[in-house]
Design a protein around this ligand. Structure first.
Ligand SMILES: C[S@@+](CC[C@H](N)C(=O)[O-])C[C@H]1O[C@@H](n2cnc3c(N)ncnc32)[C@H](O)[C@@H]1O
Length: 283
Protein backbone atom coordinates (compact mmCIF):
# COMPACT_ATOMS: atom_id res chain seq x y z
CA UNK A 1 0.00 0.00 0.00
CA UNK A 2 1.59 3.26 -1.11
CA UNK A 3 -1.10 5.89 -0.87
CA UNK A 4 0.67 8.20 1.60
CA UNK A 5 2.10 11.38 0.03
CA UNK A 6 4.06 13.65 2.32
CA UNK A 7 3.31 16.62 0.01
CA UNK A 8 -0.07 16.97 1.79
CA UNK A 9 1.61 17.39 5.16
CA UNK A 10 4.90 19.18 4.43
CA UNK A 11 5.65 21.86 7.00
CA UNK A 12 2.90 20.93 9.44
CA UNK A 13 3.40 20.94 13.24
CA UNK A 14 4.76 17.37 13.16
CA UNK A 15 7.37 18.36 10.57
CA UNK A 16 8.34 21.38 12.67
CA UNK A 17 9.21 19.09 15.59
CA UNK A 18 10.80 16.32 13.50
CA UNK A 19 12.85 18.61 11.29
CA UNK A 20 13.98 20.92 14.08
CA UNK A 21 15.30 17.86 15.96
CA UNK A 22 16.91 16.49 12.78
CA UNK A 23 18.57 19.87 12.20
CA UNK A 24 19.95 19.95 15.75
CA UNK A 25 21.26 16.39 15.49
CA UNK A 26 22.95 17.05 12.13
CA UNK A 27 24.32 20.38 13.31
CA UNK A 28 25.88 18.55 16.26
CA UNK A 29 27.39 15.85 14.01
CA UNK A 30 29.17 18.48 11.91
CA UNK A 31 31.04 19.86 14.90
CA UNK A 32 33.60 17.08 14.51
CA UNK A 33 35.75 17.05 11.41
CA UNK A 34 35.40 13.29 10.91
CA UNK A 35 32.76 12.34 8.34
CA UNK A 36 29.48 10.63 9.18
CA UNK A 37 26.81 8.67 7.36
CA UNK A 38 23.19 9.90 7.14
CA UNK A 39 20.59 7.21 6.44
CA UNK A 40 16.95 8.07 5.70
CA UNK A 41 14.75 4.93 5.57
CA UNK A 42 11.59 6.68 4.28
CA UNK A 43 12.75 9.78 2.45
CA UNK A 44 9.74 11.16 0.59
CA UNK A 45 10.31 13.58 -2.30
CA UNK A 46 13.13 15.67 -0.82
CA UNK A 47 11.59 19.10 -1.41
CA UNK A 48 7.97 20.32 -1.58
CA UNK A 49 6.41 23.22 -3.48
CA UNK A 50 3.91 24.77 -1.10
CA UNK A 51 1.92 26.38 -3.90
CA UNK A 52 1.07 23.01 -5.45
CA UNK A 53 -2.32 21.36 -5.18
CA UNK A 54 -1.26 18.90 -2.44
CA UNK A 55 -0.04 21.45 0.08
CA UNK A 56 -2.84 23.88 -0.78
CA UNK A 57 -5.51 21.21 -0.40
CA UNK A 58 -4.77 20.69 3.30
CA UNK A 59 -2.99 23.96 4.07
CA UNK A 60 -1.25 22.15 6.96
CA UNK A 61 1.94 24.23 6.66
CA UNK A 62 -0.12 27.34 7.44
CA UNK A 63 -0.68 25.96 10.95
CA UNK A 64 2.96 24.87 11.20
CA UNK A 65 6.05 26.48 9.71
CA UNK A 66 4.18 29.55 8.38
CA UNK A 67 3.27 30.57 11.93
CA UNK A 68 6.88 30.78 13.13
CA UNK A 69 9.04 31.55 10.12
CA UNK A 70 8.90 35.32 10.66
CA UNK A 71 8.92 35.30 14.44
CA UNK A 72 11.80 37.33 15.78
CA UNK A 73 11.36 35.84 19.27
CA UNK A 74 11.92 32.23 18.23
CA UNK A 75 14.33 30.47 20.63
CA UNK A 76 17.98 30.00 19.71
CA UNK A 77 17.50 26.22 19.52
CA UNK A 78 15.27 26.65 16.47
CA UNK A 79 17.86 28.73 14.66
CA UNK A 80 19.53 25.90 12.62
CA UNK A 81 16.10 24.82 11.35
CA UNK A 82 14.53 28.24 10.79
CA UNK A 83 17.57 29.74 9.09
CA UNK A 84 17.59 26.79 6.67
CA UNK A 85 13.90 27.25 5.76
CA UNK A 86 14.54 30.99 5.30
CA UNK A 87 17.57 30.36 3.07
CA UNK A 88 15.44 28.14 0.80
CA UNK A 89 12.83 30.90 0.54
CA UNK A 90 15.14 33.81 -0.10
CA UNK A 91 12.51 35.86 -1.86
CA UNK A 92 10.16 35.36 1.08
CA UNK A 93 9.11 38.51 2.84
CA UNK A 94 6.62 38.76 5.64
CA UNK A 95 3.75 39.60 3.35
CA UNK A 96 4.23 36.77 0.86
CA UNK A 97 3.70 33.04 1.09
CA UNK A 98 6.49 30.54 1.70
CA UNK A 99 7.34 28.83 -1.59
CA UNK A 100 9.17 25.65 -0.64
CA UNK A 101 9.57 23.38 2.33
CA UNK A 102 12.30 20.71 2.60
CA UNK A 103 11.68 17.10 3.39
CA UNK A 104 14.21 15.24 5.54
CA UNK A 105 16.63 14.82 2.56
CA UNK A 106 16.38 18.59 2.00
CA UNK A 107 17.26 19.19 5.63
CA UNK A 108 20.17 16.72 5.47
CA UNK A 109 21.55 18.20 2.25
CA UNK A 110 21.98 21.54 3.98
CA UNK A 111 24.17 20.05 6.73
CA UNK A 112 26.26 17.30 5.16
CA UNK A 113 29.82 18.08 4.06
CA UNK A 114 32.25 16.58 1.52
CA UNK A 115 33.39 13.98 4.04
CA UNK A 116 29.82 12.80 4.84
CA UNK A 117 27.71 10.32 2.85
CA UNK A 118 23.93 10.04 2.58
CA UNK A 119 21.74 7.03 1.80
CA UNK A 120 18.11 7.69 0.95
CA UNK A 121 15.39 5.04 0.55
CA UNK A 122 11.95 5.66 -0.96
CA UNK A 123 9.42 3.28 -2.51
CA UNK A 124 6.78 5.50 -4.10
CA UNK A 125 7.24 5.64 -7.92
CA UNK A 126 6.50 9.39 -8.14
CA UNK A 127 8.34 10.50 -5.01
CA UNK A 128 11.45 8.51 -5.98
CA UNK A 129 11.54 10.47 -9.26
CA UNK A 130 11.28 13.77 -7.39
CA UNK A 131 13.92 12.58 -4.95
CA UNK A 132 16.34 11.59 -7.71
CA UNK A 133 15.83 14.97 -9.40
CA UNK A 134 16.40 16.72 -6.09
CA UNK A 135 19.66 14.82 -5.51
CA UNK A 136 21.17 15.44 -8.94
CA UNK A 137 23.90 17.87 -7.95
CA UNK A 138 24.51 16.37 -4.51
CA UNK A 139 27.82 14.54 -4.09
CA UNK A 140 28.10 11.30 -2.10
CA UNK A 141 24.37 10.63 -2.02
CA UNK A 142 22.95 7.18 -2.80
CA UNK A 143 19.24 7.00 -3.63
CA UNK A 144 17.46 3.65 -3.78
CA UNK A 145 13.91 2.64 -4.63
CA UNK A 146 13.82 -0.17 -2.12
CA UNK A 147 12.55 -1.02 1.34
CA UNK A 148 14.07 1.37 3.86
CA UNK A 149 13.80 -0.97 6.87
CA UNK A 150 16.03 -3.54 5.15
CA UNK A 151 18.17 -0.79 3.64
CA UNK A 152 19.11 0.63 7.05
CA UNK A 153 20.22 -2.75 8.36
CA UNK A 154 22.34 -3.42 5.27
CA UNK A 155 24.39 -0.24 5.83
CA UNK A 156 25.32 -0.70 9.48
CA UNK A 157 27.80 -0.20 10.96
CA UNK A 158 28.99 2.58 8.66
CA UNK A 159 32.74 2.55 7.87
CA UNK A 160 33.19 5.92 9.65
CA UNK A 161 31.51 4.52 12.80
CA UNK A 162 29.59 7.81 12.96
CA UNK A 163 25.99 7.84 11.81
CA UNK A 164 22.49 9.29 12.01
CA UNK A 165 19.50 7.16 11.01
CA UNK A 166 16.03 8.66 10.49
CA UNK A 167 13.13 6.21 10.42
CA UNK A 168 9.97 8.00 9.33
CA UNK A 169 7.37 5.52 8.00
CA UNK A 170 3.90 6.53 6.79
CA UNK A 171 2.13 4.27 9.34
CA UNK A 172 -0.48 3.31 6.73
CA UNK A 173 -0.15 -0.18 8.15
CA UNK A 174 -0.49 -0.89 11.87
CA UNK A 175 2.59 -3.16 11.63
CA UNK A 176 4.76 -0.10 10.99
CA UNK A 177 4.75 0.79 14.72
CA UNK A 178 6.43 -2.46 15.78
CA UNK A 179 8.45 -2.90 12.60
CA UNK A 180 10.06 0.51 13.08
CA UNK A 181 11.07 -0.25 16.69
CA UNK A 182 12.32 -3.74 15.76
CA UNK A 183 14.44 -2.21 13.00
CA UNK A 184 16.09 0.13 15.51
CA UNK A 185 16.65 -2.72 17.98
CA UNK A 186 18.37 -4.78 15.26
CA UNK A 187 20.27 -1.75 13.97
CA UNK A 188 21.47 -0.96 17.51
CA UNK A 189 22.80 -4.51 17.89
CA UNK A 190 25.03 -3.81 14.84
CA UNK A 191 25.87 -0.20 15.64
CA UNK A 192 25.18 0.84 19.22
CA UNK A 193 26.80 4.27 19.06
CA UNK A 194 24.68 5.64 16.19
CA UNK A 195 21.99 8.24 16.68
CA UNK A 196 18.54 6.99 15.68
CA UNK A 197 15.48 9.20 15.28
CA UNK A 198 12.12 7.44 15.01
CA UNK A 199 9.05 9.54 14.18
CA UNK A 200 5.51 8.44 15.14
CA UNK A 201 2.01 9.91 15.02
CA UNK A 202 -0.28 9.83 18.07
CA UNK A 203 -3.42 8.22 16.64
CA UNK A 204 -4.08 5.43 19.13
CA UNK A 205 -2.34 5.70 22.51
CA UNK A 206 -1.97 1.87 22.86
CA UNK A 207 0.24 1.77 19.77
CA UNK A 208 2.64 4.31 21.27
CA UNK A 209 2.67 2.43 24.58
CA UNK A 210 3.52 -0.79 22.73
CA UNK A 211 6.47 0.96 21.11
CA UNK A 212 7.69 2.16 24.52
CA UNK A 213 7.38 -1.37 25.90
CA UNK A 214 9.31 -2.85 22.99
CA UNK A 215 12.17 -0.40 23.57
CA UNK A 216 12.18 -1.09 27.31
CA UNK A 217 12.30 -4.85 26.73
CA UNK A 218 15.31 -4.48 24.42
CA UNK A 219 19.04 -3.90 24.93
CA UNK A 220 18.78 -0.35 23.58
CA UNK A 221 20.08 2.31 25.99
CA UNK A 222 19.80 6.08 26.14
CA UNK A 223 16.38 6.72 24.60
CA UNK A 224 14.82 10.17 24.79
CA UNK A 225 11.12 10.48 23.95
CA UNK A 226 9.50 13.76 23.00
CA UNK A 227 5.82 14.23 22.29
CA UNK A 228 3.77 17.24 21.24
CA UNK A 229 -0.01 16.77 21.21
CA UNK A 230 -2.29 19.41 19.74
CA UNK A 231 -5.29 17.84 21.47
CA UNK A 232 -6.05 15.16 24.06
CA UNK A 233 -6.01 11.48 23.07
CA UNK A 234 -9.27 10.37 21.48
CA UNK A 235 -10.86 7.16 20.17
CA UNK A 236 -11.92 9.00 17.05
CA UNK A 237 -9.86 8.64 13.89
CA UNK A 238 -7.05 11.11 13.22
CA UNK A 239 -3.65 12.28 14.42
CA UNK A 240 -3.82 14.37 17.59
CA UNK A 241 -0.10 14.54 18.24
CA UNK A 242 3.38 13.67 17.14
CA UNK A 243 6.42 12.17 18.79
CA UNK A 244 9.99 11.06 18.37
CA UNK A 245 12.14 8.45 20.02
CA UNK A 246 15.78 9.52 19.84
CA UNK A 247 18.45 6.94 20.65
CA UNK A 248 21.83 8.40 21.66
CA UNK A 249 20.72 12.04 21.35
CA UNK A 250 23.35 14.79 21.39
CA UNK A 251 23.89 15.81 25.00
CA UNK A 252 22.32 19.28 24.60
CA UNK A 253 19.13 18.04 22.91
CA UNK A 254 17.09 17.77 26.11
CA UNK A 255 17.86 21.38 27.03
CA UNK A 256 17.16 22.52 23.47
CA UNK A 257 13.79 20.74 23.46
CA UNK A 258 12.93 22.30 26.83
CA UNK A 259 13.17 25.60 24.96
CA UNK A 260 11.40 24.51 21.76
CA UNK A 261 8.35 22.73 23.25
CA UNK A 262 6.83 25.61 25.26
CA UNK A 263 7.50 27.90 22.31
CA UNK A 264 5.69 25.52 19.93
CA UNK A 265 2.76 25.34 22.33
CA UNK A 266 2.48 29.13 22.44
CA UNK A 267 2.80 29.62 18.70
CA UNK A 268 1.16 26.53 17.22
CA UNK A 269 -1.05 25.15 19.98
CA UNK A 270 -4.08 25.98 22.06
CA UNK A 271 -5.25 25.40 25.65
CA UNK A 272 -5.70 21.75 24.74
CA UNK A 273 -2.07 21.34 23.65
CA UNK A 274 0.39 19.41 25.80
CA UNK A 275 3.92 18.07 25.51
CA UNK A 276 6.22 15.65 27.29
CA UNK A 277 9.96 15.09 27.29
CA UNK A 278 11.10 11.88 28.95
CA UNK A 279 14.31 9.93 29.26
CA UNK A 280 12.55 6.64 28.46
CA UNK A 281 15.70 4.53 28.93
CA UNK A 282 18.77 5.72 30.81
CA UNK A 283 22.28 5.83 29.31
C1 LIG B 1 6.33 10.21 6.29
S1 LIG B 1 6.90 10.09 4.64
C2 LIG B 1 8.56 10.57 4.75
C3 LIG B 1 8.80 12.00 5.01
C4 LIG B 1 10.24 12.41 5.06
N1 LIG B 1 11.04 11.52 5.88
C5 LIG B 1 10.38 13.82 5.57
O1 LIG B 1 10.64 14.03 6.77
O2 LIG B 1 10.25 14.75 4.77
C6 LIG B 1 7.02 8.36 4.40
C7 LIG B 1 7.53 7.95 3.03
O3 LIG B 1 7.89 6.56 3.09
C8 LIG B 1 7.64 5.96 1.81
N2 LIG B 1 7.61 4.50 2.06
C9 LIG B 1 6.58 3.73 2.47
N3 LIG B 1 7.00 2.48 2.76
C10 LIG B 1 8.36 2.48 2.53
C11 LIG B 1 9.38 1.49 2.68
N4 LIG B 1 9.10 0.26 3.13
N5 LIG B 1 10.64 1.83 2.38
C12 LIG B 1 10.95 3.08 1.92
N6 LIG B 1 10.02 4.06 1.77
C13 LIG B 1 8.74 3.75 2.07
C14 LIG B 1 6.34 6.60 1.38
O4 LIG B 1 6.19 6.52 -0.02
C15 LIG B 1 6.53 8.05 1.89
O5 LIG B 1 7.06 8.88 0.89
Amino acid sequence: MLSYRHAFHAGNFADVLKHSVLSLVLDYMTRKEKGFCYIDSHSGAGMYQLADAYAQKTGEYKDGIAKIINDEDAPESLEPYLSLIKSLNLSHDKSSELEVYPGSPGIAKAFVRRQDSSHLFELHPTDIQHLEDFCQRWRKVFVKQSDGYKGVLGLLPPPSRRGVVLIDPPYELKEDYQKAVKTIIKAYSKFSTGTYILWYPVVKRELVEEMQQAFKASAVKNVLQVEFCMAADTDEYGMTGTGLFIVNPPWQLTTQLEEILPYMKTKLGSNETSYTLTQLIAE
